[in-house]
Design a protein around this ligand. Structure first.
Ligand SMILES: [Zn+2]
Length: 444
């Protein structure tokens, strides 16, 4: 390692991340121990649950064992017995490396072993104290997080400055029975017609757009991102079938058309409110279900949206992995496309290093955010940030060593990609739109 490499590592360590994507539940729920789908057990295994769980399953763990490992009411020793045969198989993956950095940094333990297990279990419990979210984020050198709540369409956080929030639009445009139930549970409102449904969407935007940092949609889990224009009268007829008086589910093509209309309605609203639109792209955080042909088309499918809404700022999340090259092309070509590397560092650290290096050589440096843990639990953000910092320092070292970037340019570049870009792009203080030089410079 050269002196320059060491200097770059120091600069990257010192620079706080503005974390652009998490799914954190509220700290008060962690403190109360109230178990639900997003907080299934209150013990050390919770720190291992996100993503590592997927690697364990694809490494051979049975569904029943996984349920035991991440369930409530199972002893610590029994949980260790369940994870041990698989832990050594996955310990080198990005998912597991983030957790290993976490137990090292937060609990002072090098690895999960029969000897360290009781200490890790105790340190997990001792960590969960009032203020522990802010404490862990401070130790991870994360300034603040943008949260996409899985529990509320918009979460009124108890810590709104630390945990800024996205307004989810998935429930407005997917049209699953579950979405209508959630909206009714939150608002007491239901819709029999498309106009009534649009009224409910307007209600959410009116109530929350001034508090939200962005709108967020992960509809790519269930469909392609090819949103075509649909006439309102057609959408209104389809809506009646889906939820209104007719009440029989639409065929997939008709459901797509209804979703297309509603999605574009939400994008339009977001644009009017000055809110960026964050979209899940690429790899899926599940196992055994991904349709790679659809994922492969994400970047190509997005072109129409980027063209049809030139004044709306789109944030394309997770680098579209494993098709990240296409996303470099999108960000380079479209003024309104920005890339968020959230989650990517732990899906594939090596691909993320290659991606960031090539991105910085092809695309304006203002068009990337380099960190989001994508976690429901706060603890592993620490380890994920370690993985991301290692990758960022590695990329800058390569760029300097190969003569692409001058050493004296690196502090400014580091500040931009880890922090400044996000602060300038999002309305972090709800004080109106920040500068949009890339949009005003748009050419045909
Ligand atoms: Zn996410």
């Amino acid at each position: 390692m050269t002196e320059v490499d060491r200097q770059i590592i120091e600069w990257v360590e010192e620079t706080p991340f503005v974390d652009t994507h998490e799914h954190l539940i509220e700290e008060s729920q962690r403190l109360s121990g109230e178990i639900d789908r997003w907080f299934p057990c209150d013990d050390w295994s919770y720190v291992f649950s996100a993503y590592v769980a997927n690697d364990l399953v694809v490494a051979g763990m049975s569904a029943a064992d996984q349920q035991g490992l991440f369930g409530p009411g199972v002893s610590s020793d029994e949980k260790y017995r369940l994870i041990a045969p698989y832990w050594h198989r996955i310990r080198h993956t990005g998912y597991a490396q983030a957790v290993r950095h976490t137990i090292r940094g937060l609990y002072g333990e090098d690895d999960l072993t029969p000897e360290s297990l009781p200490r890790i279990a105790e340190k997990y419990r001792n960590t969960v104290k009032p203020g522990f979210y802010a404490n862990i984020l401070r130790r991870a050198n994360v300034e603040c997080c943008q949260v996409n709540s899985m529990q509320r369409i918009f979460m009124e956080s108890e810590q709104p400055a630390l945990l800024t929030q996205d307004l989810s639009i998935l429930e407005f445009c997917r049209c699953s029975p579950h979405d209508f139930v959630r909206v009714e549970a939150e608002t007491g409102k239901s819709a029999a017609t498309l106009d009534e449904w649009l009224g409910i969407i307007d209600f959410y935007f009116a109530a929350y757009s001034s508090k939200a940092v962005a709108v967020k949609c992960q509809i790519a889990y269930s469909r392609a991102l090819d949103f075509a224009p649909v006439a309102k009268a057609h959408a209104a007829r389809l809506f009646l079938h889906q939820v209104g008086k007719m009440r029989h589910a639409l065929a997939s093509e008709d459901l797509k058309a209804l979703q297309d209309f509603l999605f574009r309605y939400c994008v339009e609203k977001a644009g009017q409110c000055g809110l960026p639109v964050k979209l899940h792209t690429g790899y899926l955080g599940t196992c055994g279900s991904m349709q790679l042909a659809r994922v492969r088309d994400n970047a190509a499918d997005l072109c129409r949206l980027l063209q049809d809404f030139p004044e709306t700022r789109f944030v394309l999340m997770h680098i579209g992995y494993p098709y990240e090259q296409e996303f470099i092309a999108l960000a380079k070509h479209y003024p309104n496309a920005t890339i968020d590397m959230c989650w990517a560092w732990i899906i594939n650290p090596g691909a993320s290093v290659r991606f960031l290096k090539e991105f910085l050589l092809a695309v304006p440096a203002t068009k990337i955010f380099t960190f989001g843990g994508d976690y429901v639990a706060v603890e592993p953000i620490y380890g994920h940030a370690c993985v991301a910092r290692r990758g960022i320092a590695n990329v800058l070292s390569q760029l300097v060593a190969e003569g692409w970037v001058a050493r004296q340019e690196t502090p400014d570049l580091i500040e931009r990609i880890m922090r400044g870009n996000a602060l300038r792009f999002f309305r972090m203080n709800n004080d109106g739109l920040m500068d949009l030089p890339q949009l005003s410079a748009r050419t045909g």
